[in-house]
Design a protein around this ligand. Structure first.
Ligand code: NAP
Length: 423
C-alpha cells in the first residue's frame, strides 16, 4: 500500500480499484473523508456512525468501511498552509471513493470555490443528485411523494469553467476589443466578461452516464434540459449531442419521445426527450410524475437540483455525489451553515443520504437500504433536528448526534432488505 505524509492508512484497509469500467471493492475498503468547515464537525461523525452501523448490521465482521481523514478547507489551511494539499487530490484518486463535508467559499473575491476546484481537477464530471420524498418531512407542495428524480449535472464546463474577467482588467479589455473589432459584436466597454464553453466531449460523457444509470436502475425516462432556444451553439448543442448519444450508443434500448407520437413505450425501452430549462422548473412542480432522470448543463443543473430539493423539504435532506471514470466524491449538498457550527444542532440527513449513495456505489445495497429504513422511521416518529421540528406539529427535538442515534437504533431493529427491493 502506498504511504502518505498527511495520514496513515490502517493495516486492515484495502484499496478499491477500477478495471474494465468496473469498480472492484474489497471487504475492507479505505474510504477517505474530508470533515468539512463549519457544521462539518457536527455532521461528519454523525454520518459515519450511521454508515458504520448499517454496514455492521448488514455484513457483520465480513465488511467494514476503513475511514482515513484527508484535509481540505480551513482545517487543511491551519495544518498545512494550503486549502487543498496535493495529497488530498492524490488520496481521492488513489482510493477512488470518498466522502466530503461542506467547504467555505468566499463570494465575489478571495480564493476560488474549493468544491468546484475539487470537481474540476479530479474530473468528477457528473454531479448526481437524487431527489425523493421521505414520508413525514414537511414539504411546501401538495404531493411531494410524486417527486422521484435523479439529476445529472455536468460538472466541468459551462459558466463554471472559471473563464471570467473583472471589468476594466487588461484581460477584459483585450477580450472586449477582440469581440467588438474582430467579431463585430457589441459588448459595452464597462462589462465584466465570462465565457461559456460547452463541448461535445463533456456533454456526451455526461448524457452517457445518465442513460446508463437509467438502464441500470429501471428508470423510464431521460430528459435533456437546455436553454437551446436562446443559446443555440452551447445549450442547443447540448441537446443535439445528447440525442446523438441516445441514438448511436443506446439506440436499441431507447426511443425518442418525438418518434413515439403518443404511442405506448415499447417494453424495456427508455424514453429520451428534452425540455427547455425555464419550462422544466414548472413541469417538475405541476407534473413531477412525468420526470425521472434529468441530464443538465452545469448552471441550470445547479439551480434545478436545489429547486427540486425544495419540493421535498429542502437541502437538509438532499444528497449528492460527484462521479468521474470510477472516482467518486459524495458530499452534503448544503453549505457550512457557520452560525450553527459546533452546536450539535443541524440536520445530518444530507450527508447520511450521501453516505447511503456511497454504499450503493460500492454495491452494498443492503446497508444503504437499512439507512433509508432507519431514517424513514425516525421521520415517521417525528424525532427530528430543529429545521424539521420547527415545521412539524408534535415533533420531538433531537440534536445532530441524537438524530444519528435514533437512525442507528431503528436500523438495528429493521429486517435486512432484500437486495432486489433496494433501488
Ligand atoms: P448553507 O451553509 O447551506 O446555509 C444556509 C441555511 O440553510 C442555514 O442557515 C440553515 O437555515 C440551512 N441549513 C444548511 N445546512 C443545514 C443542515 N445540515 N441542517 C439544517 N439546516 C441547514 O448556505 P450559505 O449560508 O449560503 O453558505 C455558507 C457557506 O457554505 C458559504 O461559504 C458557501 O460557499 C458554502 N457552501 C458550500 C457548499 C459545499 O461545500 N458543497 C455548498 C453550498 C454552500 P436556517 O438558518 O433557516 O436554520
Amino acid at each position: 500500500m502506498r504511504k502518505f505524509k498527511t495520514f496513515t492508512v490502517p493495516r486492515e484497509g484495502e484499496k478499491i480499484s477500477f478495471k474494465n469500467k468496473k469498480l472492484l471493492v474489497p471487504d475492507y475498503p479505505v474510504i477517505p473523508y474530508i470533515e468539512g468547515d463549519g457544521i462539518g464537525t457536527d455532521i461528519m461523525p454523525a454520518a459515519q456512525k450511521v454508515l458504520n452501523a448499517a454496514v455492521e448490521k448488514s455484513y457483520g465482521p465480513g465488511r467494514k468501511l476503513v475511514w482515513v481523514e484527508i484535509f481540505a478547507g480551513e482545517k487543511a489551511f491551519k495544518k498545512y498552509g494550503e486549502w487543498i494539499p496535493k495529497e488530498t487530490y492524490e488520496a481521492i484518486r488513489f482510493f477512488m471513493v470518498s466522502l466530503k463535508g461542506p467547504l467555505t467559499t468566499p463570494i465575489g473575491g478571495g480564493y476560488r470555490s474549493l468544491n468546484v476546484t475539487l470537481r474540476q481537477i479530479l474530473d468528477l464530471y457528473a454531479c448526481v443528485r437524487p431527489v425523493r420524498y421521505f414520508e413525514g418531512v414537511p414539504a411546501p407542495v401538495k404531493s411531494p411523494q410524486d417527486v422521484n428524480l435523479v439529476i445529472f449535472r455536468e460538472n466541468t464546463e459551462d459558466v463554471y469553467a472559471g473563464l471570467e474577467w473583472k471589468k476594466g482588467t487588461p484581460e477584459a479589455k483585450k477580450l472586449i476589443s477582440f469581440l467588438n473589432k474582430t467579431l463585430k459584436a457589441r459588448v459595452r466597454p464597462d462589462s465584466g466578461v465570462g465565457i461559456k464553453p460547452i463541448s461535445a466531449f463533456a456533454t456526451k460523457r455526461l448524457v452517457r452516464k445518465a442513460l446508463q444509470y437509467a438502464l441500470d436502475n429501471n428508470r423510464k425516462t431521460v430528459t435533456l434540459i437546455h436553454k437551446g432556444n436562446i443559446m443555440k451553439f452551447t445549450e442547443g448543442a447540448f441537446r443535439d449531442w445528447g440525442y446523438e448519444v441516445a441514438k448511436k450508443e443506446f439506440g436499441k434500448l431507447t426511443v425518442l419521445e418525438e418518434e413515439l407520437r403518443g404511442a405506448e413505450v415499447p417494453p424495456g425501452k427508455i424514453v429520451v426527450n428534452d425540455r427547455i430549462a425555464d419550462s422544466i422548473f414548472q413541469q417538475i412542480l405541476i407534473r413531477p410524475k412525468e420526470y425521472d432522470v434529468l441530464a443538465c448543463p452545469n448552471l441550470v443543473g445547479d439551480f434545478l437540483s436545489d429547486a427540486a430539493a425544495a419540493q421535498v423539504g429542502g437541502l437538509g435532506m438532499a444528497p449528492g455525489g460527484n462521479i468521474g471514470e470510477g472516482t467518486a466524491l459524495f458530499e452534503a449538498t448544503h453549505g457550512t451553515a457557520p452560525k450553527y457550527a459546533g452546536q450539535n444542532k443541524v440536520n445530518p440527513g444530507s450527508l447520511i443520504l450521501s453516505g447511503a449513495m456511497l454504499l450503493e456505489y460500492l454495491g452494498w445495497k443492503e446497508a444503504a437500504g437499512l439507512i433509508y429504513a432507519g431514517l424513514e422511521k425516525a421521520l415517521r416518529q417525528k424525532t427530528v433536528t430543529y429545521d424539521l421540528e420547527r415545521q412539524m406539529s408534535g415533533a420531538q427535538l433531537v440534536s445532530t448526534s441524537g438524530f444519528a442515534d435514533r437512525i442507528v437504533a431503528h436500523l438495528n431493529e429493521s429486517r435486512l432488505p432484500q437486495p432486489e427491493a433496494v433501488s
